[in-house]
Design a protein around this ligand. Sequence first.
Ligand SMILES: CC(C)(COP(=O)(O)OP(=O)(O)OC[C@H]1O[C@@H](n2cnc3c(N)ncnc32)[C@H](O)[C@@H]1OP(=O)(O)O)[C@@H](O)C(=O)NCCC(=O)NCCS
Length: 176
Amino acid sequence: MSHRIVVRAAETGDVDGIYALLRPYAQNQIILQRSKDDLFQHLQEFIVAEYDGILVGTAALHIYGSNIAEIRSLVVKPSHQGKRIGHLLVEGCEKLALQLHVAQVFALTYVDRFFTNMGYDVVAKESLPHKIWTVCVHCKKFADCDEIAVQKRLSDAPIKPMEVMPILNVTVKSQA
Ligand SMILES: CC(C)(COP(=O)(O)OP(=O)(O)OC[C@H]1O[C@@H](n2cnc3c(N)ncnc32)[C@H](O)[C@@H]1OP(=O)(O)O)[C@@H](O)C(=O)NCCC(=O)NCCS
């Protein structure tokens, strides 16, 4: 029997589901707590995974600068772990990063082996952009952070401008 996994951009109707996915892990301080307001405000950063049409995973890509972004809020529902959905969500974030011309992604994580298996290197936290700590101050473990930083370069080649899909593309008559 085959099953369909779809990774797509999140939409407003997903917020309750994303919140429910993240909450137990946030309570155990594995990921940062996100309120529903915060999820709505950052919804464009989120992707979700559906397994046979059911929301079972999420991840977000937060851009810090022209060349670096963080994969955060990565969670797969316990009942659906081990089905490569985590891999697909990370690949989805990487694809999104490349589409936005961001060549490097990093994560702060306790599952470093999961990321190193996907080509990430363990790096010193101090090598990450200082801006990340503005988010980390909201973490209870800020003063004693035991997460591991992992980073991946997605493209060695200078990123070529890609064709950007217009949101609107109209022809207007000149007034002359
Ligand atoms: C980490 C997580 C997203 C992986 O999702 P998943 O769908 O189960 O992972 P996949 O099926 O794509 O990949 C499975 C692989 O990851 C490895 N893996 C999964 N969880 C792991 C963990 N906690 N520690 C180390 N490796 C882990 C498995 O051993 C397996 O390895 P293999 O490829 O050699 O067989 C999921 O376990 C999860 O939601 N964990 C809790 C939240 C969390 O820690 N998120 C990461 C925040 S950065």
